[in-house]
Unconditional design. Structure first.
Length: 321
């Protein structure tokens, strides 16, 4: 009977086997790798990545990574390629063909056709003596000694090696392009990642989120403004300039320290020099400031001119974190 201990042992063996396969991959790099990177970088066309079986799945992931990091790419299934989809391949395109054996029937049909097309062919293979390798212009060696599969049959170490080689290509191309977070944001406008990279403080401001009182406002007026705007805070404004801030915490502390509020004004209880952020700053920057100073609100101001309040709840509501 298989125990939890047995299952954990197999899991550890699998992870160790794959990690060792990846470690050995570094020693298989040759001058073909930088030439491949430069070729893709300087290509007038796109990068086309093709494969069959599990290698086709890895090819799709590599294409997704390339597209999201600035290298226009297409996935071409090797079996569909020889049944009409070769029309996707245009002059100037660079083709990476992924195959562990390099000798599958579809690959043997596809390689000569691609060569006749005149496209540069890069082989990503675990067999550098294969049909694919011999027909390619450049070879990316992803040889593994064994698969993690106990039968040494199911693609495991080999597909992980292909995936890592593709990631290495993508990262090198990012370096060549000087690819920055702003560029990454252009290709990821949706979801939490897109908001984290694109959403600015000004995009989250509303007129209703602009609590304010004058320096001579009574404490009663301050409490009313904080309660009405529901942000737990109000800015103290003089000539539309921020001179201080009062939080509901400040109100509670004041009530603990004094027996009467008669005669007290906003200026008497405000905190001077509050933490502020510009409307053009990233919402993620606002979140970082809040975390650094253990606060839940920030005054938004441009050249000390009051624009509003951004609250931690506004950021959390956007799903940024």
């Amino acid at each position: 009977m298989t125990t939890n201990h047995d299952i954990l042992a197999v899991a550890r063996e699998t992870i160790l086997s794959e990690s060792q396969a990846i470690a050995q991959l570094e020693g298989l790099l040759t001058e073909h790798f930088p030439k491949t990177v430069e070729l893709i970088y300087n290509a007038k066309g796109r990068l086309v990545v093709t494969g069959i079986g599990k290698s086709a799945i890895i090819a799709q992931k590599i294409v997704a990574t390339m597209n999201s990091t600035g290298t226009p790419s297409l996935f071409l299934h090797a079996s569909e390629a020889i049944h009409g989809d070769l029309g996707m391949v245009q002059p100037g395109d660079v083709v990476i063909c992924i195959s562990k054996s390099g000798n599958s029937p579809e690959i043997k049909v596809l390689v000569p056709i691609l060569k006749r097309f005149g496209n540069t062919l890069i082989a990503m293979t675990g067999n550098i003596n294969s049909f694919l390798a011999k027909g390619a212009d450049y070879i990316l060696d992803t040889t593994v000694e064994t698969e993690a599969c106990p039968l040494n049959l199911a693609p495991t170490n080999s597909t992980t090696a292909q995936l890592v080689m593709g990631d290495a290509l993508a990262v090198c191309l990012m370096e060549l392009r000087g690819f920055k977070s702003e560029d990454f944001a252009k290709y990821h406008p949706g979801g939490a990642l897109g908001k984290k990279l694109l959403l600015r403080v000004k995009d989250m401001l509303e007129d209703s989120h602009k609590p304010m009182v004058t320096p001579d406002a009574s404490v009663k007026k301050v409490i009313f403004e904080i309660s009405e705007k529901r942000l737990g805070v109000t800015a103290v404004i003089e000539d539309n300039k921020v001179i201080g801030i009062i939080t509901d915490g400040d109100i509670r502390r004041m009530l603990n320290d004094t027996d009467t509020i008669a005669g007290l004004t906003a200026k008497d209880i405000m905190t001077k020099n509050p933490k502020m952020i510009k409307p053009s700053d990233m919402a993620m920057d606002a979140l970082n400031i809040m975390e650094d100073f253990s606060i839940t609100q920030l005054v938004v101001a441009e050249h000390n001119e009051y624009k509003g309040i951004i609250h931690l709840h506004d950021i959390l509501k956007e799903g940024i974190v």
